[in-house]
Structures are given as structure tokens and as C-alpha cells.
Design a protein around this ligand. Structure first.
Ligand SMILES: [Zn+2]
Length: 74
């Protein structure tokens, strides 16, 4: 079964869940079914890993490790 990542439109919670065909997942936090399915399948359980952070330098509020400007903050 595929694991999909969702963001709840109601409370903003992010979570991953197994989804069988015909199932409608609900938010584990608030129970809402108003979910936005994230496009990418979860390849790794680690958050803040190598792949996700690379193209979005500064998006998380800090310089990434590969950005030349990172030295300015360290
Ligand atoms: Zn929710």
C-alpha cells in the first residue's frame, strides 16, 4: 500500500498515512477530511534530510549548508 503525505486544510497538520483504494483519510489531529494530498511519495522518514532542503536555501529561516552565504551566519 502506498504511503501518502497530507496537509490538513483545517488545522494545518502534516501527516503521512497508508491509503487503500476507496479509503478517505482524515486528519489525526482534528478529524477533518479536508486534506490536501502532497505530490511526493515519502521516500525517507527523515525530516530535514538532504534532498528536501537543497533547492530552497533560506526557506526554513536559515542558510543551507551548501549556500556560499552560509559562512556569513556561522
Ligand atoms: Zn486537521
Amino acid at each position: 500500500m502506498p504511503i501518502y503525505s497530507y496537509e490538513c486544510k483545517k488545522c494545518g497538520a502534516n501527516f503521512q498515512t497508508l491509503v487503500r483504494s476507496g479509503d478517505e483519510p482524515v486528519c489525526p489531529t482534528c478529524g477533518s477530511a479536508q486534506l490536501e494530498q502532497q505530490l511526493s511519495l515519502i521516500a525517507s522518514p527523515a525530516r530535514g534530510g538532504d534532498n528536501d532542503a537543497a533547492p530552497s536555501c533560506g526557506a526554513d529561516g536559515g542558510a543551507c549548508a551548501t549556500c556560499p552565504a552560509a559562512s556569513m551566519f556561522n
